[in-house]
Ligand binder design. Structure first.
Ligand code: ADP
Ligand code: MG
Length: 305
């Protein structure tokens, strides 16, 4: 069992040994949203295991659980977080106070009903949540956001606020058509120009690429978006065993077929270009996130003026 979060009200519950770093010296944060058209394709498993594999490469990883569904990050890892982002939104706790430590030292932001509301918080709450993230003084290299399936507004605002969107597909007709529907909205309405694609639960070596080409062919034809193939995760009984034992397969069976595939994925993701300047600061992501839901009413207001 990993260390659970304790109320500390200002003190740091975990990583207490981490030196305080001047914020201006913190490295830029790469923010990656893991999304899919339909549920059950492996988003949470990919979010968790990509996080752990990146941490095993020495990256400081934060994993935000933005899906309120049943099989979420804490269930997958057998964690019982006592607090979540709701306490931060209410101004009762700092971000450090709610974080839970996961395998390989990843920091987990537990799911909260507040997450679905992030895009339509009141302006006063914007300031609180942005401050909560800007006060985080542990170095974070990568923030991975596990989103809900489909076209919920919260999913779209996460995908709009991050630098990289990773769409998970598997070999089911609904997975491809729903992934297409998601990419269509993201590119047409949210201006997304690039999507990374991961094929999950593949049963043959060429299956991932075939799935990718199927999806890329329709996107190329009808949408103004570039699809990049990141790789495939094989269908793996070791992953299922790890799920049953509430552990990450990358931690429990790192040499299993899926464990090795996650390592390959992480190796590629670690080479993605980093954001530069202030856009790479973690609070900038939160600013974009809470700002994205706020724009339209303002625009609508100015039009009717
Ligand atoms: N590569 C894989 N091999 C075998 N089973 C998998 C694989 N990926 C996911 N699964 C199984 O599929 C189910 C759904 O995975 P999950 O990550 O919860 O999907 P999502 O978050 O997209 O709803 C899990 O029960 C998991 O055991
Ligand atoms: Mg999930």
């Amino acid at each position: 069992m990993y260390q659970l979060n304790q109320p500390t009200f200002g003190r740091r519950p975990i990583h207490a040994h981490a030196p305080r770093v001047a914020r201006t010296l913190l490295p830029p944060v790469q923010v990656i949203a893991v999304a899919s058209g339909k549920g059950g394709v492996g988003k949470t498993n990919i979010s968790v295991n990509l996080s752990v594999a990146l941490a095993q490469f020495g990256r400081q990883v934060m994993l935000m659980d933005a899906d309120l569904g049943l099989a979420n990050v804490d269930v997958l890892l057998g964690l019982q977080p006592r607090y979540n982002l709701s306490q931060v939104l209410l101004g009762r706790m700092g971000l450090e106070d709610i974080l839970v430590e996961g395998p390989a030292g990843i920091s987990i932001v537990p799911a909260a009903s507040g997450i679905a509301r992030m895009a339509d918080l009141a302006p006063a709450e914007h300031i609180g949540i942005i401050r909560a993230f800007s006060e985080l003084d542990r170095p974070i290299d990568v923030l991975i956001v596990d989103t809900a399936a489909g076209l919920h507004e919260s999913v779209l605002s996460f995908c709009r606020a991050v630098q990289e969107v990773l769409v998970v597909v598997c070999d089911e007709p609904a997975s491809i058509t729903d992934a297409y529907a998601l990419i269509k909205v993201l590119s047409r309405d949210y201006g997304l120009r690039r999507v990374r694609v991961v094929a999950n639960m593949v049963r043959r070596t060429d299956e991932g690429r075939l799935l990718f080409h199927k999806l890329a062919a329709v996107c190329d034809r009808f949408l103004d978006v570039t699809l990049d193939y990141l790789g495939a995760i094989p269908h793996d009984d070791y992953l299922r065993k790890a799920v049953q034992r509430q552990k990450a397969v990358t931690a429990l069976y790192p040499s299993s077929p899926s464990g090795r595939a996650f390592k390959d994925l992480a190796r590629k993701a670690a080479r993605w270009p980093l954001p530069t300047g202030s856009s790479g600061r973690i609070e900038f992501f939160v600013e974009r996130l809470v700002g994205s839901g706020f724009k339209e009413p303002q625009e609508a207001l100015s039009l009717s003026d």
